[in-house]
Design a protein around this ligand. Structure first.
Ligand code: JB2
Length: 210
């Protein structure tokens, strides 16, 4: 029997595919399977769908204590993650062996940190965030719970990203800027001044459109 703790991934879509391969590359957990809103038995990159969220209490009783919520929707990922923590599960991180993490960075729970991501000195990443492929967070960055920094984003030093914010693919952010809670930044934007909570911004330089 494996000595690695058993883990179930919540979600079986595109994001889960990437997380599965992170978990396999890390080899810290024994990946038992996936639970999805669609429990139809099938395999996703070779890993079986073993039920739906309704099966999680039963899986907990069998000794599975670790989950990773692999849903791209920020609000849903955080809501389900918090519910599962309250139900006694531990939110496992899924971190690529090719991510570069500063020893002084502080990381939360339930994170997905993809291949080639960089988290630099004294940064803080909250719970249930996605730091996607080749995204970088420079020194003293603060990433709020449930935020998603999409592939190829480049955050300079002292950037703050609020809870549940979404930075689209390839967003650049100059030093010291704050992006508010729940804000959305469109792909390819260059953020040069603060974005208020809940705003939608896009363009170079980024302008608020909503
Ligand atoms: O409440 C739920 C739930 N809601 C939707 N519980 C569980 N266990 N599963 C849920 N789902 C499932 O999430 C759907 O049935 C579906 O299998 C999956 C969503 O798949 P999709 O590929 O549409 O999205 P994703 O969240 O895996 O990935 C999105 O976000 C990523 C960050 C996509 O936009 C990706 O392209 C992106 N890289």
């Amino acid at each position: 029997m494996s000595e690695r703790p058993p883990l179930v991934i919540v979600g079986a879509g595109g994001h889960a595919k990437v997380v599965i391969e992170l978990v396999q590359a890390e080899a810290r957990y024994e990946l038992v399977g996936l639970v999805d809103a669609d429990p139809t038995p099938r395999r996703v990159v070779g890993v079986p769908v073993i039920g739906s969220d309704a099966d999680l209490p039963r899986l907990h009783e069998t000794g599975i204590r670790h989950v990773h919520v692999a849903l791209g929707n920020n609000a849903r990922r955080v809501a389900i993650g918090r519910e599962l923590e309250a139900a006694g599960f531990t939110l496992a991180n899924a971190i690529s062996p090719t991510a570069v993490l500063s020893p002084t960075a502080r990381l939360g729970r339930g994170l997905a940190i993809m291949a080639g991501a960089v988290i630099n000195a004294d940064s803080r990443v909250g719970d249930l965030c996605i730091i996607n492929t080749r995204a970088s967070v420079d020194h003293d960055g603060i990433i709020g719970d449930g935020a998603h920094v999409a592939p190829g984003c480049a955050l300079a030093g002292n950037v703050t990203v609020g809870h549940l914010a979404f930075l689209g693919v390839g967003t650049s952010v100059i030093p010291g800027v704050t992006i508010g809670d729940g804000a959305t930044v469109g792909a390819g934007a260059c953020v040069v001044r603060d974005i208020p909570p809940g705003a939608v911004a896009r363009g170079v330089p980024a302008r608020i459109v909503r």
